[in-house]
Design a protein around this ligand. Structure first.
Ligand code: WT7
Length: 627
């Protein structure tokens, strides 16, 4: 998909460059990496701290510990809300919510702050204080944003679990995170269908002694009857009605903001830990420069706050920039294929941050959907999650008027912020994510860590620490170390890429056992672990198979238990089993029942061979194959 012969070059018009905050990328970038402390120190001036940092960065290259803003005290919620209210923007719209069933709600900065303070009060009543852990299992609604900000205000640590996850997936995250409080909703909506979240949460939390209380937020008007240990949000709102203001709790440079679980190469998802202050600096700076936010902008990112994109670029980054954020529940094809274009027209959206799968889906639906809407408010476009192929780039560019810059942003849950991206003032090549963000040193290297020349494909690493980097893997410091020891002296991303002679990155995909389905990250081992819990399945292998729409789809190969071969399970039964174990996003698209799997002599499944066979490619070196 990335094999267009010679990419075209798009150069922004001189007026855009002149207006930009970084009109000269090359000079600016060179200065930023020559002296990162002054680059980041400058960004810092826009933010508010109750105690200024004594040192920008304390980096220990032996333990890979990076302490950003040593000695500082502050709070990210204070910077995202109170600071703007104090500056006279209480009446500016902070959040517009578009519900799946056509509902709408609007929050000014004043109202969002007020609701956040109340929510924080409620959490406090339930025993939550600084350093306590809270799991949020909520649909993409204002309550989800408010709950995140309320945790941050208290210095508590949130872990948001995507509301599309199954009971078993939520349970394994609760078991690892051991929250004091679980916040959920009676339900969510997707394509008009009710998703019973409270039911899932009840089943998932059974017997987990850490959870002292479950807070239930109403998404529907219909009140649920509560079980013991559950409290309804409206009742508690009533109780805290006359409580006074609640000051944000100052935190220091090592205090965590959240843990977000993501897939890796083992069966168990890892809890990526981010800290408040460094994360604040990185998300603030990237949102400001990549999306060039101004006070008149309406900013729409299509992600769900349940993923890192939503954390950094729906909630924290944009609110730190005093943006007006549109949050939409549901999918791009409901109630019709013009969902996003209608929202852009209705709310005069100026910045639209989407995903390659969404763009390719819209492309399939056809030009008439965007053509029938007034998209003249748009000024900057963005994409994230997987490579944006040139065809999709050109289509999006054309249907939005043929002039707008498209920020193809590369980053990860671990990086917390965008690492490689064009800026509105820099040239773009369709199929490329541009170059490193100022202050970031991304590189393409061989196995020994040596930089590769233009045109050669290698592994993507980051050479120096960046402010919003993850600080550890929750309860698994060894797994954190692995990121820094795989390639000597650098952070290993798990991606492969090549650069061209101008230094532009072309990302090609993962080099590890992680697959990307419609931008969602899944571990093959995770899918396999789910498959073998099916009573009829003896062995299983999962691979990502290239797909025009979704980038990759999940194909699984299963070997049945001898007793099950007389009554083989239906393919649908196997798919449904994974859906129940992990959630809809992990459901295999194709199932093959096979007699055996290719394995090394030491018994490791050779997924590489399965993938090559599947794609009709040479199978490569088979010298370690068992049979
Ligand atoms: C992986 C990280 C970071 C937000 C969403 C995903 C892939 C992400 C791009 C891009 C090519 C991309 C990489 C990366 N990826 N953005 N612009 N071009 N690939 O976060 O779930 O942590 O996944 O997504 O493979 O490693 P995530």
């Amino acid at each position: 998909m990335n094999s267009s012969p010679k990419p075209s070059l798009f150069v922004p018009d001189p007026e855009t460059i002149r207006r930009s905050r970084i009109p000269d990328y090359d000079g600016f970038y060179a200065a930023s990496v020559a002296d990162p402390a002054s680059f980041w120190g400058n960004v810092l001036k826009d933010l508010h701290f109750t105690k200024a940092p004594t040192k920008i960065l304390d980096w220990n290259p032996k333990s890979f510990e990076a302490r950003w803003l040593v000695g500082a005290e502050g709070n990210i919620c204070e910077n995202a809300l109170d600071r703007h209210v104090r500056d006279g923007f209480a009446n500016k719209v902070a959040l517009i919510w578009a519900g799946d069933r056509g509902e709408e709600d609007i929050f000014t900065y004043g109202r969002l702050l007020d609701q956040t303070v109340r929510f924080a009060r409620i959490l406090q009543r339930l025993g939550v204080g600084k350093g306590d852990r809270v799991t949020l299992f909520l649909p993409p609604t204002p309550a989800q944003v408010i709950a995140m900000l309320a945790c941050a205000r208290l210095g508590a640590i949130h872990s948001v679990v995507f509301s599309g996850f199954s009971q078993a997936a939520l349970r394994s995250r609760l078991e690892d995170f051991e929250p004091k409080v679980l916040v959920t909703a009676d339900c969510g909506y997707r394509r008009g269908k009710r998703i019973p979240l409270l039911e899932t949460a009840r089943a998932a939390r059974k017997g987990l002694s850490s959870i002292a209380a479950t807070l239930v937020v109403p998404r529907d008007a219909s009140p649920e009857s509560l079980e013991s240990g559950e409290r309804a949000l409206p009742d508690l709102m009533e109780e805290v009605r006359f409580d006074g203001p609640l000051s944000p709790v100052p935190v220091s440079c090592d205090d965590p903001l959240f843990v977000l679980y993501t897939s890796g190469t083992t069966g168990k998802p890892k809890g990526v830990v981010h800290v408040q202050l460094g994360y604040m600096l990185g998300t603030y700076a990237t949102t400001r420069h990549i999306f060039d936010l101004r006070d008149s902008d309406v900013y729409f990112c299509v992600a769900d706050p349940g993923w890192i994109t939503g954390h950094s670029y729906i909630v924290y980054g944009p609110l730190l920039n005093r943006a007006t954020v549109l949050l939409s529940e549901g999918t791009p094809e409901y109630p019709d294929a013009g969902r996003h274009w209608s929202l852009i027209e209705r709310h005069r959206v100026s910045i639209y941050y989407s995903t390659p799968t969404t763009i390719r889906l819209q492309m399939r639906f056809g030009d008439s959907w965007p053509a029938n809407r007034d998209l003249s408010s748009l000024r900057i476009l963005g994409s994230v999650g997987e490579p944006l192929n040139p065809e999709a780039w050109h289509w999006l560019h054309r249907v939005t008027g043929g002039k707008l810059p498209i920020m193809d942003t590369w980053w990860q849950t671990e990086t917390g912020m965008i690492m490689v991206s064009p800026l509105p003032s820099t040239p773009e090549k369709p199929g490329s994510a541009g170059r490193s963000f100022p202050g970031v040193v991304a590189d393409v290297v061989d196995a020994s860590g040596k930089s590769l020349p233009p045109g050669e494909t290698g592994t993507v690493v980051i050479r120096t620490p960046w402010p919003s980097m993850f600080r550890t893997v929750f309860r698994d410091p060894e797994r954190y170390r692995k990121y820094w020891t795989e390639i000597p002296g650098a952070f290993f991303s798990g991606d492969s890429a090549r650069r061209d002679e101008d230094g532009f990155f072309f990302f090609l995909g993962r080099v590890d056992d992680v697959i990307k389905v419609a931008g969602h990250r899944l571990g093959t081992a995770e899918i396999e672990s789910a498959l073998i819990t099916h009573p009829k399945v003896a062995e299983a292998a999962a691979i990502g198979k290239p797909d025009e729409l979704r980038g990759e789809i999940i194909k699984v190969f299963v070997v049945l238990h001898p007793h099950a071969t007389d009554t083989p399970p239906a393919h649908e039964e196997i798919k449904k089993h994974v859906r129940t174990e992990l959630g809809g996003i992990a459901e295999p698209h194709e199932v093959d029942i096979v007699i055996s799997l290719p394995k090394t002599r030491s018994g490791k499944i050779m997924r590489r061979v399965l993938k090559a066979r599947e794609m009709g490619l040479p199978e490569g070196d088979l010298s370690t194959l068992e049979d």
